[in-house]
Design a protein around this ligand. Structure first.
Ligand code: ASP
Length: 463
């Protein structure tokens, strides 16, 4: 018999149908056995009546067994209708149960909110955790968010392009994860902290509008809202001003979150200078919602602009505040080229904040070699050093790179805003634990002697 989704059952009242899914709950009342079944589309109650041929098997089946069930869809009597529940007005009279797979007793209850369960246990059994209603909802919302962003960007002529994971270090201000090269012993790739340089090179390549749902991998201290891996909705546009990038992103966010049923506090998004933000909120990320608005899940977006381009290092030199590829605002390009008023140079940079998180950021980029050269000069790098670090970018800038700029949205931070979750792990399928252990699988772990030999590596024992 053809499988019917549980969410479609109410269209089949009076018919005998087949469903497949998991046993969500089983309640044995002696003469009758009640079940809630669950599939991707929802839940339904089923009952095995005293004379049913399915009674013997119903006594054996336990929670989380995978089953297919043949049953008759009955309308419930008026007094038994549960108005606020999906399929609350129907019930499956179970005629036959086939066990597709058994399940041991799960190590924690997945029919309730699992956020209270020990983090390491959740990570070890993440696939069970993901079965819970809240996690299903979060992951499906994440998928829908990405889907709608994609639709929007395709509609605006953006091209989706993947960039390499095994690459050279890109300076995003964090530590790299590195991968040894077997073919080149003693040499290493870096995993990308972002696709920054490749996306700029795609502008040189003439695509004009690029986006990617990209993994960004950074060896940073782990926090509630930060993991080693996060996903960015990464985009770049040629011939675009700050306003062009900001309004494209603002339109995308507005279209997507409103279509998902959310309310935005203020449109267009207010723009606040970095200086005012620091003076008003003491930080460049802030929450503008009233307690009532927090309650209602309203989204308060704002742009932060006019960031200083450089900040002092501990050693008294200068370093970039966002990334070294940003351009100063047009009025300050001259200062940069002459190396004057470094502390006053404002970057053509914009961050987007929402409900207390920095949910994205970007800038208009240097597209001429002399600008990037000047940035590295200010940071105290020699010509050779510059060549070594970004020589490939300088080369591309000399081969017809158009003016361009872009932005990356942090997918997890945006999802935390949409779901109201306070931890990154609630919106990622297989997050790491705070100790940096992978979910379900056992990494990091030592390499075998054979692997080490092949890679030309020796490990110093750390005590
Ligand atoms: N690559 C930047 C980042 O990861 C975003 C951007 O400037 O587009 O923060």
């Amino acid at each position: 018999m053809e499988r019917i989704l549980i969410g479609e059952l109410s269209k089949h009242v009076g018919e005998t149908v087949s469903i497949s899914g998991w046993v969500d709950v089983r309640r044995d009342q002696g003469k009758m056995v009640f079940f809630d079944f669950r599939d991707r589309s929802g839940k339904v109650q089923g009952v095995v009546l005293p004379a049913s041929a399915a009674m013997d098997i119903a006594k054996e089946v336990r929670n989380e067994y995978v089953v297919s069930v043949v049953g008759k869809v009955n309308k419930r009597p008026e007094k038994n209708i549960v108005a606020d529940r999906q399929n609350g007005d129907i019930e499956l009279e179970i005629l036959q149960i086939t066990v597709l797979n058994e399940s041991e007793v799960p190590p924690f209850d997945i029919t309730t909110d699992t956020s209270v369960v020990d983090e390491n246990v959740r990570a070890e059994y993440r696939y069970l955790d993901l079965r819970s209603e809240r996690m299903q909802k979060n992951m499906r919302l994440r998928s829908e968010f990405i889907h709608r962003c994609r639709d929007f960007l395709y509609g605006k002529d953006f091209v989706e392009i993947e960039t390499p994971l095994l690459t050279e270090s890109t300076p995003e201000g964090s530590r790299d994860f590195v991968v040894p090269s077997r073919l080149n012993p003693g040499k290493f790739y870096a995993l990308p902290q972002s696709p920054q340089q490749y996306k700029q090179l795609l502008m040189t390549a003439g695509f004009e509008r690029y986006f990617q749902v990209a993994r960004a991998i950074r060896d940073e201290d782990l926090r509630a809202d930060r993991g080693f891996e996060h996903t960015q909705l990464d985009l770049e546009m040629s011939f675009a001003s700050m306003d062009d990038v900001m309004s494209t992103v603002e339109e995308m966010i507005t279209t997507v979150v409103e279509s998902l049923g959310y309310t935005i506090k203020q449109k267009p998004f207010p723009r606040i200078s970095y200086k005012d933000a620091m003076e008003t909120y003491g930080a460049d990320k802030f929450d503008m919602r009233t307690p009532e608005e927090k309650e209602k899940g309203i989204l308060a977006y704002a742009w932060v602009v006019n960031f200083p381009m450089f900040e002092k290092t501990d050693e008294g030199g200068w370093t970039f505040t966002h990334n070294p590829f940003s351009m100063p605002i047009p009025e300050h390009v001259d200062w940069l080229l002459k190396g004057e008023n470094i502390d006053q140079i404002i970057a053509a940079q914009y961050d987007i904040v929402c409900n207390g998180f920095e949910s994205g950021g970007g800038s208009i980029r240097a597209h001429k070699p002399e600008i990037l050269e000047a940035v590295y000069r200010v940071m105290g790098h020699s010509k050779e050093d510059l060549e070594e670090r970004v020589g490939h970018m300088l080369k591309a800038f000399k081969l017809g790179t158009p003016p361009h700029g872009g932005l990356a949205l942090g997918v997890e931070r945006n999802m935390m805003n949409l779901t109201g979750e306070s931890y990154l792990r609630e919106v990622q399928a297989f997050p790491m634990t705070r100790g940096g252990q992978t979910a379900v699988m056992n990494a990091p772990k030592p390499l075998s002697d054979k692997q080490l030999k092949e890679l030309g590596l020796k490990v110093d024992k750390k005590d």
